[in-house]
Design a binder for this molecule. Sequence first.
Ligand code: COA
Length: 262
Amino acid sequence: MPSPFTPKCPPHLPSIANPQSSSADTITHPNSSSALKSPPPLPPNTTLQPLTPTLVPSYRRLLTAHLPILYPPKFYALSTTPPLETGTLALCITLNPPSATPSSPPTFGSPNSPLAIAAIQARLEPIPPDPSAPPSSSPQPHNLYIQTLTTASPYRSLGLATHLLSALISRAIQIWSCCRIERVYAHVWEANEEALGWYLRRGFGREERKCEGYYRKLRPGSAWLVGRAVGVGEYLRAGAMGVEGEGKKDGEGGAGERGVHG
Ligand SMILES: CC(C)(COP(=O)(O)OP(=O)(O)OC[C@H]1O[C@@H](n2cnc3c(N)ncnc32)[C@H](O)[C@@H]1OP(=O)(O)O)[C@@H](O)C(=O)NCCC(=O)NCCS
């Protein structure tokens, strides 16, 4: 399915990643404080970074091993294309090989290959304008749709998925600073109570009715739609952070955020 993303970033629009911008006042507070809390720190010997072609084989193995659906090649192609071109943003947490240094990124297949142990991928979706509303010069509202979120089994309950969700929202606000990202949402397979609970404990609300037949190849085939507002605190946090890595290709740097060695 083609990506619904159409870049609409006229340069005259104010950036709402700037905490001084008055447009940030229009963002609704989520009904949970979880959106305002700082994410857990990265564990030692891990790095948060954008997906790069080098990491795709490891990323594909992670998803194939832990999710009940198979993603097409297009999904992986989008995961490494610059977000401003595609409206897709993919981040992963890698386990640092023992001798890795930020200045010499290893290539996949070598003994020092970085291993993706957790990943998140999302796409930016424009919210259609209300035809009855008067024309507005404010940034176009968008939703951030989480397409996938996975942590490899041995690395669960270390805060990796929580860190990824927080980083995804911060970086999306920074990268698509000409948009107003109002909500973050996801589909959760109805049989996946663990993931549903995980989202609910992070301030996501669940729609009352299931999306019947959402998963054509799974039994049961329904999904819960979960979502929450993007909060002012997340805009403030994103404004205080720098953008690294996104839009760069393999070998161009963007080593990302590294866990503190304990
Ligand atoms: C759902 C999923 C992504 C969560 O990943 P995770 O990395 O284990 O998530 P986190 O570590 O951030 O949170 C898990 C728990 O560990 C706890 N935790 C976080 N850091 C911790 C730490 N340092 N020590 C102990 N526990 C910790 C969290 O509090 C959380 O518990 P809570 O939900 O009761 O608050 C993971 O279970 C998964 O990949 N499942 C399979 C794929 C899937 O279902 N994906 C979702 C598709 S919609």
